[in-house]
Design a protein around this ligand. Sequence first.
Ligand code: NAP
Length: 368
Amino acid sequence: MNRQPLTVAVVGATGVVGRTMIQILNEREFPVGELRLLASGRSAGRTVSIDGRTLEIGEAVPDAFDGVDIALFSAGADASRELAPAAVAAGATVIDNSSAWRMDPQIPLVVSQVNPDDLEGHPGIIANPNCSTMQLAPVLMAIRDAVGLERVVVDTYQSVSGTGAEALGELESQIRAHVTGEAPVANVYPHPIAFNALPEIDVFLDNGYTKEEWKVVNENRKILALPDLRISCTAVRIPVFVSHSEAVHVETREPLTPDRARELFAAVPGVVVQDDPASHDYPLATEAAGRDEIFVGRVRRDVSIDDDHGLAFWVVSDNLRKGAATNAVELAEVLRERDWIRPAGTRGASPYRASGVPDSLDSPEGTA
Ligand SMILES: NC(=O)c1ccc[n+]([C@@H]2O[C@H](COP(=O)([O-])OP(=O)(O)OC[C@H]3O[C@@H](n4cnc5c(N)ncnc54)[C@H](OP(=O)(O)O)[C@@H]3O)[C@@H](O)[C@H]2O)c1
């Protein structure tokens, strides 16, 4: 294990994910020697206060990465495409939260409890999955490993914090407008989000899906190393501040009872089964917010599929924590524990190559 304190940069440090990253580095006592907080030129010189400490923001420019060991990026895909290669050239290893590198066959896309071994061959950049993918992949992994996956249908109910700081303000001001009888003003979303459900997350693609839905399709295939997995998604934004919820329907290769499924889910690190409908106990966004676990409940037979080959369940997790910041810090922990911080080429390790990621399924680049 690398025992030296590390120089860590957080790019996008003024954003909701960046601030959560700083908090989680502190909470998990990640051995940070120097913490370098970076954002756009608009924020340079400003300060943020985290856990009672006041820290100054620098501008994210190539020189800012000199001497950095690990750079945690959450500043959008454009900034990642521009700055991540510069950070790597300066000697940093980048863990990137944007969609910029996720479907690159040479960049590992990693959920800490699903495919940490994929980190070994990283070329200096590692991709953190989309938040909707993050909470689903560990649960699907449990089914894949025990009985095999035939088909997955997932519908998401996603919080506004998944869009960023501005969307949190927009929901709040629309709620206030409703209370005072004013018309809601929508800038972030194409329609009011308060008291609504918007079946549009990110842009529409030619195939009728949104890019968010297509990320769930492609990213799960890559992480689970199932390039042909039959999987479909409808992604919906709802007026919740934090935590995404997902209704999942799975067709399995071998039979799987709900009782056995609960056992399998509970055995996955970081997954908690919360499933006692008689006492109204099931995963809730409000309770998952602020927690690092993935909560699963409402586990039942999918009656539309015969012979115990169908399962339905509900998955909830904090999109800012496990869905973004916690997983990024967990990946940094694995890199440190296994001495994999430096790129594979400098350690004599074989380069990572995704198994059978079809180029035709690559979605256009995006922001989330
Ligand atoms: N929110 C989630 O649940 C979630 C989950 C997974 C992944 N992500 C991804 O994480 C990233 C950030 O999301 P967020 O929700 O934290 O958004 P946010 O609250 O809007 O924050 C955006 C951050 O990016 C910075 N930034 C923007 N353009 C920049 C540039 N050219 N150079 C350097 N910094 C720049 C902003 O700095 P200024 O303050 O200076 O503008 C701010 O710190 C996005 O890629 C997002 O897709 C978000």
